[in-house]
Design a protein around this ligand. Structure first.
Ligand code: FES
Ligand code: FES
Length: 162
């Protein structure tokens, strides 16, 4: 028998309440709250599609219990930018062809943001390592790595490739 508890999650700067049993994952709780921008892939930590930032650190939400992150700052891809004012990562992925079907993209971008936040000038190897927990079955990765490099340059004010 599972007991539910009402918890408050801070998602993209807004407090939202969810009634969840102890085994409910953050991924399930987010999607139940309508945050379907967080993608559900393998549900076992292999694909990274479900990655969100928790207090600025990328985490697989399918491996995180919702109860564990009560009171922490959760950021999803929807918290990064708006359609008219996209985050540099969103813009670089879109402009540079780092998106095909798009299913991996929210997790890719959240993992990339977490890496750039800690390492504003990542080498190609840093980018490959930083995204090693995220799988893409469409792009072949090259355009994704280029987009991350471009966005990192933009974010540190160095401008991207023209
Ligand atoms: S759905 Fe979480 S890692 Fe694949
Ligand atoms: S763009 Fe389709 S899985 Fe990455």
């Amino acid at each position: 028998m599972s007991r539910e508890k009402t918890i408050t999650l801070t998602i993209n700067g807004r407090a939202e309440q969810a009634s969840v049993p102890p085994h409910r994952t953050l991924l399930e709780a987010l999607r139940d709250l309508g945050h379907v921008e967080v993608k559900c892939g393998c549900e076992k930590g292999d694909c990274g599609a479900c990655a969100v930032q928790v207090d600025g650190l990328a985490m697989d939400s399918c491996l995180t219990l919702a109860w564990m992150v009560e009171g922490r700052e959760i950021t999803t891809i929807a918290g990064l930018g708006e359609r008219d004012t996209p985050h540099p990562l969103q813009k670089a992925f879109t402009d540079g062809g780092g998106i095909q079907c798009g299913y991996c993209t929210p997790g890719m971008i959240m993992a990339a943001k977490s890496m750039i936040d800690r390492n504003p000038e990542p080498s190609e190897e840093d980018i490959r390592i930083g995204l090693s927990g995220n799988l893409c079955r469409c792009t072949g990765y090259t355009k994704i790595f280029e987009a991350v490099e471009e966005a990192a340059a933009e974010m540190r004010g160095a401008g991207g490739k023209s």
